[in-house]
Design a protein around this ligand. Structure first.
Ligand SMILES: N[C@@H](CCC(=O)N[C@@H](CS)C(=O)NCC(=O)O)C(=O)O
Length: 224
């Protein structure tokens, strides 16, 4: 029986991207359903009633929400090209860094690009600390997963592609090649993978999207 795999996604979402990349790395065919996040579909609300967010993976009609949870489900369901190690301790380490990326790192990076003044300086300090920790974690490795792309690499794809766009929109610099050579090399290696490139949103489209968002925020501030 053909697998029925569907991804409810939004084209510019780094969280949706994680799910698509994991499926592609495993060679699992899927269909995607593009969501308009300003007018969410009834199905998305039905499948993810708690968070009401993309991504949602639908497998044989059953939904799973939250990108990191979905990545683990994908790993357990399709065993080829593993994205998690077998050893329980190593698996725990992978979960640790994936959670770190979501709980601390992404927030600090995102807020550094969308705040100003002292608040921005504080977030930038936090972001740099996070980048430093990731830089150390990458020492002596090609990928966070070792020789191949694993769950932490997938979780960190925001840093490889989205961060540069946001830095440009905000007019700031965080991922400095001199300070974070391992992370910059990792970005380069990560973006060389066919699976990574196949479903990555175009940089120009992301740039236009975030620039429009910045203009909308500035216009709202100016009219107050
Ligand atoms: N923790 C969630 C975050 C997902 C998320 O923030 N999705 C955003 C798109 S990037 C979304 O659906 N936003 C819609 C909303 O907040 O209403 C995950 O890892 O899946």
């Amino acid at each position: 029986m053909a697998e029925e795999v569907k991804v409810f996604r939004s084209w510019g979402s780094p969280f949706s991207y994680r799910v698509e990349l994991a499926l592609r790395l495993k060679g699992v065919a899927y269909e995607y359903i593009e969501e308009d996040l300003s007018n969410k579909s009834t199905l998305l609300l039905e499948y993810n009633p708690v968070h009401k967010k993309v991504p949602v993976l639908l497998h044989h009609g059953k939904p799973i929400a939250e990108s990191l949870v979905i990545l683990e489900y994908i790993e357990e369901t399709w065993q080829e090209n593993p994205i998690l190690p077998k050893d329980p301790r190593e698996r725990a380490v992978v979960r640790f860094w994936s959670r770190f990326l979501d709980d601390k790192c992404s927030l600090a990076l995102w807020m550094s690009c969308w705040t100003e003044g002292e608040t921005q300086q504080n977030f930038m300090e936090q972001a740099k600390e996070c980048l430093h920790l990731l830089e150390e974690e990458l020492k002596g490795k090609k990928f966070f997963g070792g020789d191949s792309i694993g769950m932490v690499d997938i979780a960190a794809s925001f840093i490889a592609h989205w961060l540069g766009v946001l830095e440009e929109v905000a007019g700031i610099s965080l991922l400095d090649e001199e300070k974070y050579p391992n992370l910059c090399k990792w970005t380069e290696e990560f973006l060389k993978s066919d699976a990574v490139m196949e479903c990555l949103p175009k940089r120009a489209n992301l740039l236009a999207f975030f620039q429009a968002r910045k203009h909308a925020i500035s216009a709202t501030k100016a009219s107050v």
